[in-house]
Design a binder for this molecule. Structure first.
Ligand code: NDP
Length: 285
């Protein structure tokens, strides 16, 4: 008789603040849908305790962990191997404990972004991209779009220095054409833009009534307009873009796609994306 296994495989997220992180709901729903005995733990880890927490990951034989603020960069010296994108971005949002005991770091934020577009029949290859923002999410998106063959990326940021740093990273590691613009009030979007991305936190709950300060009349029906903000799902930025006739993609797709990539990395199984997206959507309804 086979012995019954009462031990669940553990995954989760380390962060601080982390209480409001909704990923666990989607992960647990997707594990259940596939009949996998996995758990996703939302764990508060203070900056000074990250090293101990990463040791605990090994000690507890966890399958892996997500990292959120403030651990995405600080975790790198504690890992054994990085994906190409995580190495270029210089930040890790997902760690997998490999069979041989090594810790592998990946960044699925940008990959989730590219995949969310692919799922809508859209591609970044050969596209001219205008990216608002140069923070962590924008960097991950820019690197993956460049690696996926985007023709050009124009980075528009309030702090020009940060845009220049991102541009230098892209030039060093990828073949994409890059330009930087300092964000001015009522910023005019380049006419030739194919894909316009809000990669900033403008419009994020509880400031859901705000939108990036750009000239919305510059958006055309030819453009694809994407928001990284997922709470609220239907942001003012996307509402304005819709009024101009653009094709819009919300931040929920990126969030669900990066969670799905993490799921696959830890379990080896392809999750149901619709279960993840619907579960997350209910959290922000
Ligand atoms: P960061 O703090 O690293 O970067 C914030 C960016 O927004 C910077 O470029 C900053 O400009 C800009 N910004 C913020 N406020 C303003 C403002 N009032 N005017 C102009 N620019 C502003 O944040 P993250 O990159 O980590 O996160 C950004 C957003 O992406 C968040 O809303 C987050 O929830 C979302 N996100 C979504 C994901 C998804 O799966 N959909 C995944 C990861 C993040 P400056 O450099 O000048 O300060």
């Amino acid at each position: 008789m086979n012995m019954k296994n009462y031990r669940a495989e553990l995954t989760g997220v380390f962060g601080d603040p982390v209480d409001g992180n909704p990923t666990g709901v989607a992960m647990e729903a997707a594990f259940a849908e596939k009949g996998l005995n996995y758990r996703y733990l939302t764990l508060k880890v203070l900056p000074q305790d990250l090293e101990d927490a990463m040791k605990a990951l090994r000690v507890l034989h966890m399958r892996g962990i997500n990292l959120t603020m403030p651990h995405k960069i600080k975790v790198i010296p504690l890992l054994d191997e990085l994906s190409e994108a995580a190495g270029i971005i210089g930040a890790v949002n997902t760690v997998a404990l490999l069979e041989d005991g090594r810790l592998f770091g990946e960044n699925t934020d940008g990959k989730g972004f590219v995949q969310a577009l692919v799922n809508k029949g859209l591609s970044v290859a050969d596209k001219r991209i205008t990216l608002l923002g140069a923070g962590g999410a924008a960097k991950a998106i820019a690197v993956e779009c460049a690696l996926a063959g985007a023709a050009s990326i124009t980075i528009v940021n309030r702090t020009l220095e940060r845009a220049k740093e991102l541009a230098a990273t892209l030039k060093e590691h990828t073949k994409v054409e890059v330009a930087c613009e300092k964000w001015e009030a009522g910023h005019r979007i380049l006419e030739q833009t194919d894909i316009l991305i809000n990669g900033t936190s403008i419009g994020l709950h509880p400031q859901g009534d705000q939108k990036p300060d750009i000239d919305y009349t510059g958006i055309t029906s030819r453009m694809v307009v994407v928001d990284v903000v997922f709470n609220p799902v239907d942001t003012h930025f996307l509402k304005e873009a819709k009024k101009q006739g653009a094709t819009v993609v919300n931040g929920l797709g990126m969030l669900a796609c990066q969670a799905a990539l993490n799921f696959k990395l830890w379990t080896g199984v392809e999750p149901s994306l619709s279960v993840m997206e619907e579960t997350l959507g209910r959290e922000f309804a």
